[in-house]
Design a binder for this molecule. Structure first.
Ligand SMILES: C[S@@+](CC[C@H](N)C(=O)[O-])C[C@H]1O[C@@H](n2cnc3c(N)ncnc32)[C@H](O)[C@@H]1O
Length: 222
């Protein structure tokens, strides 16, 4: 596992700039066009997460694998009482901290340089979410168990779908870059979330992703 963390840390340290540009669209017209075409899921999973975090006001959130902190800052702007973002990449966490400072939100948003499994939480959260994380986790069950343990109401997660044309292409492309990537069937997600202790599940197909809301108590099925 620690070898995996090292690989991920190095990968995301070097990709931080390129990753941020996908959101900011600070690119050539051609690259922006290609991102809109091939990375549409990234914008759609953001919309899915924000919708399923409602109502945001006065709630607390845990952002696992927070990247450059875009989601955490957005939730703070919507009135979240407290957001904690975790990431293993020092470059990403530094960017998060700069954003929080720029937006004068350091009293409500905190960014911690840690793997979730090592995170020593001092409280639980109304909602946790992990977006663009399970793609890079070879053993997701301990991560899901820890999310369940820290989540009072619901966890929101995006899993890349197994049966898509893009999965093998992405597998090869990221392998060349030295970054393993993993894909999921709906059946496996159901089993994993159940084994992690979530009571019920809502799975929505969003492009090449399964976007999931897993409830700590009995709420939904499908
Ligand atoms: C694709 S980025 C997603 C960032 C953000 N969630 C988003 O969607 O904008 C994946 C992030 O997960 C982080 N990450 C990977 N493995 C992790 C782990 N075990 N614990 C915490 N963060 C991790 C990486 O450093 C990277 O910043």
């Amino acid at each position: 596992m620690s070898n995996e963390i090292d690989i991920q840390r190095n990968f995301w340290n070097s990709e931080a700039d390129a990753f941020e540009k996908i959101y900011s669209q600070d690119k050539s017209k051609l690259s922006t066009f290609l991102d809109r075409l091939f990375r549409k899921d990234m914008y759609e999973r953001l919309a899915f997460t924000m919708k399923n975090c409602e109502p945001v006001d006065r709630r607390t959130f845990l952002d696992v694998g927070c990247g450059n902190g875009l989601y955490s800052i957005a939730l703070c702007k919507k009135g979240a009482a407290r957001v904690v973002g975790l990431d293993i990449s020092p470059v990403m966490i530094e960017r998060c901290k700069q954003s929080a400072q720029r937006e004068c939100m350091e009293d409500r948003v905190h960014f911690v340089l840690t793997d979730l499994l090592e995170y020593d939480a001092d409280s639980t959260f109304d909602i946790s979410y992990a977006i663009g994380l399970f793609d890079y986790i070879s053993n997701p069950l301990p991560v899901l168990k820890k999310m369940r343990q820290l989540t009072k109401d619901r966890a929101i997660m995006a899993f890349p779908r197994f049966w898509t044309w893009r999965a093998p292409v992405r597998k090869v492309r990221l392998k060349i870059k030295g970054c393993p990537v993993f894909f999921y069937t709906k059946k496996r997600i159901a089993r994993l979330t159940q084994d992690a202790g979530f009571a019920s599940l809502k799975v929505t197909r969003v492009g090449k992703l399964h976007c999931v809301v897993a409830y700590s108590g009995n709420r939904a099925s499908g």
